[in-house]
Design a protein around this ligand. Structure first.
Ligand code: ADP
Length: 339
């Protein structure tokens, strides 16, 4: 749906040319949550600003639904921008306007009649969980509530894509989680494509389907989040994965749906990401439909009884298994793992 080819942006400063985005290639599918992670200066902000033409590219093309947006005229660009909503780290709300009036702002600009505006705003206030706060001013809201206003405003013109620029970086962890849950909800309910940039692996792991790792203006690694998480190839990716390793809140135990497992049978273990109720499920049980097959394990010991302990010997690199254990939380039945 979004196809980016050879995209580059050079900032010419007095002393030097800065290649903020450098020959970047990416494809983002319709309806997916696509995360871009990178350290400060990697080019993430420039990339997301190029996507809605807040910056003009120095080279390359951006096709959104087969429309080339990098060379649109001003009038066409204004229309194309309505297909893109954007939310920001510091919310960028209008402080002199109420919640409702902030959300209505893009509708006013688009010339939507008053009655229709009101209806749409009421709908959005409910969608983002701000019922009853419509007449409050931003200064009367918490950070999380402000970002909910930002999200509602970004969705006002029914965009096809929501761009999130470090949308949770100014929020505490609990509020971050609630905003991420809201984004997942919106993605599922509206089928909206979400592109987010962040420097936090936790954000990627929690909600993204795919991730691209940026360094020096380029995407240096890309793939399904789980694959990248378990088998990071680049040094920079490993550093991001390590951010969430060893975090005591994220310590996880392996779990399997317990059935009668014959000793020594090779079980295929499957992980399902947090976004789909994280659990580790055995192929042997065949109780669940599963997505991703990441590691193989050999059942070396099982205890008699309905819900006994299962000892699984996981095959794989120690590092890989440790990452898997960190990735998986939530238990249905306990499993001891012999590493
Ligand atoms: P990130 O969002 O990953 O921190 P940015 O896209 O903000 O990265 O910046 C990438 C590089 O481009 C940095 O070296 C930054 O200093 C430079 N840069 C960004 N915007 C400008 C600008 N308007 N003028 C000059 N250099 C810029």
């Amino acid at each position: 749906m979004i196809s980016i080819k050879g995209l580059s942006k050079v900032f010419r400063t007095k002393d030097q040319d800065v290649h903020a985005v450098n020959d970047l290639e990416a494809t983002i599918d319709s309806g997916e949550i696509f995360g871009v992670i990178g350290y400060s200066g990697a080019g993430k902000s420039t990339f997301i600003r190029l996507l809605n033409r807040l910056e003009d590219p120095s080279g390359g093309t951006i096709n959104i639904d087969d429309r080339e947006i990098s060379s649109l005229s001003k009038g066409d660009l204004r229309l194309a921008r309505q297909d893109m909503g954007m939310i920001f780290q510091h919310f960028n709300l209008l402080w002199s306007r109420t919640v409702e009036d902030n959300i209505a702002f893009p509708l006013e600009i688009a010339g939507v009649p008053k009655e229709e505006r009101k209806e749409r705003v009421d709908e959005l206030v409910e969608l983002v969980g701000l019922g009853g706060r419509g007449t409050s001013y931003p200064s009367q809201l918490s950070g999380g509530q402000k970002q909910r206003v930002g999200i509602a405003r970004a969705l006002a013109n029914r965009p096809k894509v929501l761009l999130c620029d470090e949308a949770t970086s100014a929020l505490d962890p609990e509020t971050t989680d609630s905003i991420l849950d809201l984004l997942v909800d919106i993605n599922a309910k509206l089928g909206l494509t979400i592109v987010l940039i962040t420097h936090e692996m936790h954000v990627i792991r929690k909600i993204c389907h795919r991730v691209a790792v940026m360094e020096d203006g380029k995407i240096v690694e890309e793939g399904d989040v789980l694959d990248v998480f378990l088998r990071p190839k680049q040094k920079v990716t490993k550093r991001f994965v390590d951010q969430v390793m060893g975090d005591p809140d994220r310590e996880s135990s392996l779990s399997l749906i317990k059935e009668e497992y014959p000793l020594g049978e090779v079980a295929q273990l499957h992980f399902v990401g947090e976004r789909t109720h994280q659990a580790l499920i055995s192929e042997v049980s065949r109780k669940f439909q599963v997505d991703v097959n990441v590691l193989h394990g050999k059942i070396t010991q099982t205890q008699k009884g309905a819900y006994g302990t299962l000892i699984v010997h996981l095959e794989g690199e120690k590092e890989e298994i440790e990452r898997a254990l960190t990735y998986v939380r939530e238990t249905s039945v306990e499993v001891e793992v012999a590493l």
